[in-house]
Design a binder for this molecule. Structure first.
Ligand code: MN
Length: 226
């Protein structure tokens, strides 16, 4: 059968050293660092993880973040992105890292004003999270080259001033647990990526500012807010 319109392009993340990683779905975990859970009014203990999604074409490797219309409070959340080459249902924790192809630095940009309103009205978060170009992302680096980082600094600075500073070791739910838990509710597949939560220090950005995000052992990105 022929497509009746031209099929849209496949969203993809550039890979360090060449090539593209095609993206099927983008899953995100909320409140996965204790200090950030507290700053968002949550409980820092091991509550079951909760998830939301962004759209694959929200991932943006361009180095520019266009400030969205109809928001006045847009926050940065630096996060470790995990890209899956394998999936399945009920993946065991011990088998989860074997599904991971690689890692990247990403920023879960959030329209905090619209998210606060959605929380108050008990509405879903898509309007606050899954907007165009809401996930600036750096090059994907293969686990074959860097292993599976479970500790190391994760930071974000705005115009040179450090805003977020944490360590991957502070994750409440670790990468294998996140993948295993997701696979109990969703059938994971090659091309799925997961944003694994942000450390404390989230805050607003303005047009004209520059965000610099880095994860030790993974990489660094520089994103201009335009
Ligand atoms: Mn986030």
């Amino acid at each position: 059968m022929r497509y009746v319109i031209d099929p849209p392009p496949t969203p993809a993340i550039p890979v360090r050293g060449g090539g593209l990683f095609p993206v099927r779905r983008v899953y995100c975990i909320g409140r996965n660092y204790a200090a950030h859970a507290v700053e968002m009014g949550g409980d820092p203990n091991r509550e079951p993880p909760f998830f939301f999604q962004k759209n694959p074409d929200d991932l943006d490797p361009s180095g520019q973040f266009p400030y969205p219309r109809r928001s006045n409070n847009v926050h940065h959340e630096v996060e470790l992105l995990v890209a899956l080459a394998r999936g399945g249902e009920d993946v065991p924790v011990e088998g989860a890292l074997a599904c991971v192809w690689g890692y990247a630095v990403a920023i879960d940009m959030t329209r905090r004003d619209l998210q606060d309103e959605a929380k108050k009205l008990q509405r879903p978060w898509e309007i606050a999270k899954a907007f165009a170009r809401s996930a600036p992302v750096g090059e994907l680096v293969p686990a074959a080259a860097i292993g599976h980082p479970s500790r190391g600094a994760i930071t974000l600075a705005v115009d040179g001033a450090l805003r977020q500073s944490g360590d991957l070791a502070q994750m409440i739910w670790k990468v294998p647990e996140i993948v295993a838990t997701l696979s109990r509710y969703f059938t994971l597949a090659p091309g799925d990526v997961v944003l694994t939560g942000t450390p404390a220090g989230v805050g607003p950005v303005q047009r004209g500012q520059v965000m610099e995000a880095a994860i030790e052992g993974v990489g660094a990105i520089r994103v201009a807010v335009v």
